[in-house]
Design a protein around this ligand. Structure first.
Ligand code: NAI
Ligand code: 15L
Length: 267
């Protein structure tokens, strides 16, 4: 497999960015890391540039010279509009403008299941189901997905718009039995998205194998991505340790779970 020349990993100090560093180390000759806060150490083929996604000039310099971007940077939970605007609205605009005026790198955009969080748990979704965000954070990811599509249609910039479920070392609660994505499955997806000859701009659900089957990825068979892990080994433990909540609890109603009950944060 031919290596990428230079891969930019944004959000490199965060949970998934940190994992990306070890899982994707061999994917590119050079790895450029960025975050608004420092990362822990810099390894052999890595460089680190500290910058804020809200700073257009800084983002342009970051993207310049990269043939691929794994975009994990930005606000990752429900927060104030000001923070979300900087990281996920202006930040994503800055990323795509930088991509347009530099080498049009291929982008892996870490979107979220909170773009569709207000669908009920008995509904089955695919890539063409309209978004139904469950808060400001989810709405900002819908914006990012749409901006990616604009830059694909107008400028041919390819993006994997990946609605990540719950990517943690293991599922943390009953809901995650339906949403869990293992690190191994996430990074095999990132790899597939960067190595397939033609990516386009698909919406992909980032989830390992799951019995509940909320999300249908059948339209992206051409990626050759096969999730290998499943949340099932944790089912018994989670169902025993976590009592079934009330029938009108957010987790019992909506795919986005507790995010659907979050307030509009003012500080
Ligand atoms: P995280 O919160 O641990 O990492 C995000 C990183 O982005 C942080 O290091 C933070 O400093 C940086 N960041 C935030 N605002 C920034 C700004 N304005 N400029 C520069 N850097 C900024 O989140 P995590 O879990 O690593 O998630 C990575 C991405 O994946 C996020 O975009 C998140 O929305 C998405 N995602 C993650 C899921 C998960 O289960 N971990 C599920 C769905 C989506
Ligand atoms: C997300 O979008 C968040 O970034 C992550 O922290 C989890 O809360 C995840 O969704 C989830 O829905 O479990």
């Amino acid at each position: 497999m031919a290596k990428l020349k230079r891969l930019l990993i944004t959000g490199a100090a965060g949970a998934l960015g940190t994992q990306a560093r070890s899982h994707l180390a061999d994917l590119a000759e050079e790895i450029r890391l960025s975050d608004m806060v420092p990362v822990a150490g810099v390894n052999g083929n890595e460089e680190f540039i500290q910058s804020d996604l809200g700073d257009a000039a800084a983002v342009r310099d970051l993207v310049d010279g990269c043939d691929a971007v794994a975009h994990f940077g930005g606000v990752s939970t429900e927060k104030t509009f000001e923070l979300i605007e900087r990281g996920n609205i202006r930040g994503v605009y800055n990323l795509y403008e930088a991509a347009r005026v530099t080498g049009k790198p291929r982008i892996f955009f870490a979107s979220s299941n909170h773009t569709i969080g207000f669908y009920r748990i008995d509904e089955r979704l695919d890539a063409f189901t309209p978004p139904m965000a469950d808060g400001l954070y989810g709405a900002s990811k819908v914006y990012g997905e749409q901006l990616a599509l604009v830059y694909w249609k107008k400028f041919g910039i390819e993006t994997a718009r990946v609605r990540i479920g719950s990517c943690f070392p293991k599922p943390r609660n009953r809901r995650m039995l339906s949403t869990w994505l293992s690190y191994r499955d996430l990074f095999s997806l990132v790899e597939r998205c960067f190595i397939v000859p033609r990516l386009g701009c698909p919406v992909i659900y980032g989830v390992s194998q799951t019995r509940s089957g909320w999300w249908d990825n059948s339209h992206v068979g051409y990626l050759g991505w096969e999730p290998l892990d499943t949340s099932e080994p944790w089912r018994e433990e989670l169902e025993m340790s976590e009592p079934q909540g009330p029938v009108d609890a957010p987790d019992a109603l909506y795919q986005g779970g507790g995010f659907t009950a979050e307030p509009i944060h003012q500080e």
